[in-house]
Design a protein around this ligand. Sequence first.
Ligand SMILES: Nc1ncnc2c1ncn2[C@@H]1O[C@H](COP(=O)(O)OP(=O)(O)OP(=O)(O)O)[C@@H](O)[C@H]1O
Length: 239
Amino acid sequence: MAPHTEQLTRPAVRLRGLTRSFEGRTVLDGVDLDLPAGQFTALLGHSGSGKSTLLRAIAGIDHGVAGSGTLTAPERVSVVFQDSRLLPWRRVLPNVLLGLDGKDAEERGRAALAEVGLGGRERAWPSELSGGEQQRAALARSLVREPELLLADEPFGALDALTRIRMHALLRQLWERHRPSVLLVTHDVDEAIALAERVLVLEDGRIGLDLTIDREGPHSHGAYRSRLLKALGVTEDTP
Ligand SMILES: Nc1ncnc2c1ncn2[C@@H]1O[C@H](COP(=O)(O)OP(=O)(O)OP(=O)(O)O)[C@@H](O)[C@H]1O
């Protein structure tokens, strides 16, 4: 294979046999997963199925998985959580720039804030932002680092339904523009189908279902929804 072809097809993330237990209970049981560069993937699963554990392992912030399998991940990884994790004692722009240096850092920070719709709010305190705006700032903080991989752990879980819809559009737009690989952990089946090209279901410590969402194809949103709910063992008419 020519080197440039190899570059294009090499996955951004490759996991083999990743296992994680807590107090003798196995949460991840030999997970194998490839995330192609530039793909938008969503990860669904019941509460406690290990979604955040898997995300933390890929982010390299869980040292407890060491030696349990193999993990290859890109160098520049950004993580966004359900709460923005902005430092309350720093204004918005310094929060976005945290840990960055270089003479063009400020300019990049301002551009990232403008891109998420927070142009002009650089000097605001985090407490002066709404929940949605705080998540926009968190996205700007990720974006400014030009991540090859963006890991998002229920980033819209605490937002109201209307704000969530706007944030979906924003995340999709940012992904289309910058094309990082994205792994989005969510509880929300509709969010997963609306945003991702591929939806994974985590069950019994492994990837149970791996579904490609083809927006141009013959299947409707409802058809994907039924498939995913079935994999999750949820029926809509059972209380
Ligand atoms: N640091 C820890 N110590 C002990 N147990 C843990 C730890 N982190 C996770 N667990 C356990 O591992 C299991 C999986 O947790 P995890 O947070 O990954 O699930 P999840 O699918 O993300 O859940 P939710 O959707 O509710 O956020 C849970 O039973 C949890 O209690």
